[in-house]
Unconditional design. Sequence first.
Length: 428
Amino acid sequence: MSKDLILRVENISKQYRLGTVGTGTLADDLTRWWHLVRGKEDPFLKIGDTNKRDTKGSSDYVWSLKDINFDVYKGDVIGIIGKNGAGKSTLLKILSRVTTPTTGSIKSNGRIASLLEVGTGFHPELTGRENVFLNGAILGMTKKEITSKLDEIIEFSGCERYIDTPTKRYSSGMTVRLAFAVAAFLEPDILIVDEVLAVGDAEFQKKAIGKMKDISSGDNGRTVLFVSHNMAAVKSLCSTGILLNNGEVLCKGEIDEVLQQYQLLNVSNAIDLNNFNRKGNGLCRVTDIAIISQDDDIKKTTFKLGEKISIKLQLNNLANQAIENLRVVIGVYNLNDEGYLRFDTKTTSSIIKISEDKESYITCTLEEHLNIKPDQYSINIAIFQGDDLVDYVNNVSRFEIENYDYYNTGQSIQDSELSKVFYKHTWH
């Protein structure tokens, strides 16, 4: 590898057998062994389904990862993103040597520290202090090197009062705090961090991201591989990204481009309104809904807190004539069916009319920021003509609002579960 190339991933694939551990039958075991002794390729590598969680496959084998290739250079901060089941954690476990790839190779030039799940590398019977030395030894640090960093590790973790208590008595948040402090302060060449930071509170998440920025900056900056579903954190920390989908690399490059592709990927999973259970007399029907960011005029399903959106509806006219005096109501609900927002043409004295053309479009544009709490939401749509219900569909076009620096203070909303709506404000 070149001087600045610190990690090379070549044709990494990982195959699992579903249902039970092992090949499954004696005949399959003998077949695999016979190919092995003759120096031939494992025959079961040629079969297997793509890793799609929501579809039934035809094979007992599944590719969790398939032909992953990328290079990592010293000082890179790379965000690895994708939906649940995309293969992110499997990839990090392979990079951390927790599991081996089915095919392919990894070449690294440096010490790797990983934080993959709560308590990774900790022995529950040992105290926090003892676990610091244990983790340091695993990373190849000398006792003198660990001792020189011990006070900084303890201070950063915020666990000083409990540092001589066995970690089995720690909460998950305390365990993550100490584990991250060990991984960060013992100065690995490559730091791998999975979604585990989400266990920590908002204050610690901010400290952890700030620490990762510090260790990756400067001429001797360390390399960071970061997996998170918090796109605001990924965007603020990472310069480049890798998008995984069904175990394959969908795209890689500048982080803004990768995040945009991730949002478009979610759009492709929209509900088909043409085959949707609905109520009403059917004079017209909603056949498509697009939630569009006013910032970049892109249809998305993931928005940051404070973003401005427009909701565009496509209507199919089944009356073969112009339809007048329509009232359109859009309701926004969380996944517990609690109402958060309501947009009604009646409240704004708007009169909706659609022509005799088969397809018509109407748009509801929000003049204020999207300031409801970070969560997942769905949309209900009702159309009336006078007192008659024309069309009604519920729980369609799900979207998500992500935590973000809504108040422009350099930090995300804290304790967002305590508030449902946020307003920008000043104090005098």
